[in-house]
Design a binder for this molecule. Structure first.
Ligand SMILES: Cc1ncc(COP(=O)(O)O)c(C=O)c1O
Length: 388
């Protein structure tokens, strides 16, 4: 089918909820996608931070194919070998305090369940979240999202959500108290333009939560699964080795097969009983095969070390480049801040067949490439920026 025909079909039969790029993706491999017109694009947006292992990683594709031929799905009402192995692998790469997984289907669902667990574990209602954070579009998650237009879209919002200032120790000391059930934080605020807080902020955040018996949740939907050059932000040096009570995951966890998860510590785990949480599709066999193979591929291909090397290469190359103010973020979760709006460079890159992303900060161009991206592929981007 030609591109105009594909576009017409989607425009006619799908709700127009996204501003789309003028291309139809037909095929992908590694850091590259091919369009219906046979054009090849370098994907520095990683299919919206989902394709961490790259497009159609052979190990992940093989695992999904084999699982599909065995059994596509059965719910949590039965035991499953692949579900147990995926949970075991996920817990094994997480900080030691996080001992159990709950599987669901998306980032917003993982956050909904995390906030519910915080309320269940404490018997309290108040949830504190941060200016600039994005947590999803369902009721509780959007009510915890104090970023631009989003919270308004979710009106009427769920009550008992309170905003604190991201990175401000004074703000958390003033707002978190013994009425607070949970605090949810996006440790690197991606949609807001890769805003970061200091490692000391996370130490203080943990201390304030401990003082008041509050459940601390890291929303690692973007930062998790190797993207920042460590398996998770939780327990990393960027967090001053702080581990929260719950980590939420989605995006690249299944390399493109929809899956979300909450990883919890003993305190939270012991507060959750039969029937407290549930979802039909969570923990389905196809998704579990994708999770296990994704984690195996990241490990086998040394992708976490590569993410760190890619960041170092970009940092060095952008140093002193005209028009570039700063590079924000970690590993393969990066934002280039320019000295003015980034949309002209975003459009120029797309013209040159390089896909990147914008953010709610007009000056910040977002890069969420596969963790397997090569430095030589990054050089394509640098060449276009240099020509600006
Ligand atoms: C940090 C963060 N949390 C939660 C979500 C929501 O995830 P999903 O779109 O899978 O519901 C997103 C999505 O962009 C996100 O970036």
């Amino acid at each position: 089918m030609t591109f105009p025909h594909i576009k017409q079909n989607e425009d006619e039969f799908q709700l127009a909820t996204y501003k789309k790029m003028p291309l139809a993706v037909e095929r992908g491999l590694g850091s590259w996608v091919w369009t219906s017109d046979g054009e090849k694009y370098l994907d520095l947006y990683g299919g919206h931070a989902v394709c961490g292992t790259g497009h159609s990683h052979p190990h992940v594709v093989k695992a999904i194919k084999e699982q599909a031929e065995r059994v596509l799905f059965y719910s949590n009402l039965v035991y499953s070998d692949i579900r147990g192995r995926a949970a075991e692998k996920l817990v094994s790469v997480a900080p030691a305090e996080l001992i159990k997984a709950f599987f669901c289907n998306s980032g917003t669902e993982a956050n909904e369940n995390a906030m519910r667990m915080a309320r269940m574990a404490t018997g309290r209602e108040k949830i504190v979240s941060f200016s600039g954070g994005f947590h999803g579009r369902t009721a509780d998650s959007i009510s915890a999202t104090f970023l631009g237009k989003y919270r308004k879209i979710g009106e009427p919002n769920v009550p008992h959500h309170v905003e604190a200032e991201f990175g401000s120790i004074e703000s958390i000391r003033a707002i978190i108290d013994s009425d607070t059930a949970g605090v949810i934080i996006e440790p690197i605020q991606s949609m807001a333009g890769m805003r970061e807080a200091s490692p000391e902020f996370f130490t203080e955040l943990r201390a304030v939560c401990d003082k008041h018996g509050v459940v601390l949740i890291f929303d690692e939907v973007q930062t998790g699964v190797g993207r920042i050059g460590d398996w998770f932000f939780a327990g990393s040096e960027f967090a001053n080795w702080v581990t929260p009570d719950i980590v939420t995951l989605a995006k690249s966890l299944g390399s493109g097969v929809p899956v979300g998860a909450c990883l919890v510590n003993e305190r939270v785990s012991s507060a959750i009983k039969e029937n407290d949480l549930g979802t039909t599709f969570g923990g389905g066999m196809l998704a579990m095969a994708a999770v296990l193979a994704t984690l195996e591929a990241i490990e086998a291909d040394g992708m976490i070390a590569n993410a760190t090397a890619v960041e170092a290469h970009l940092r060095e190359s952008l140093e002193g480049m005209q028009g570039v103010v700063a590079l924000h973020g970690k590993g393969c979760l990066l934002g280039i801040e320019f000295d003015g709006p980034c949309t002209p460079i975003y459009s120029k890159l797309l013209e040159q067949k390089i896909i990147t992303g914008t953010s709610s900060n007009p000056d910040v161009l977002r890069l969420l490439p596969p963790l397997c991206i090569a430095k030589t592929e990054i050089d394509w981007l640098l060449e276009v920026i240099r020509e600006q």
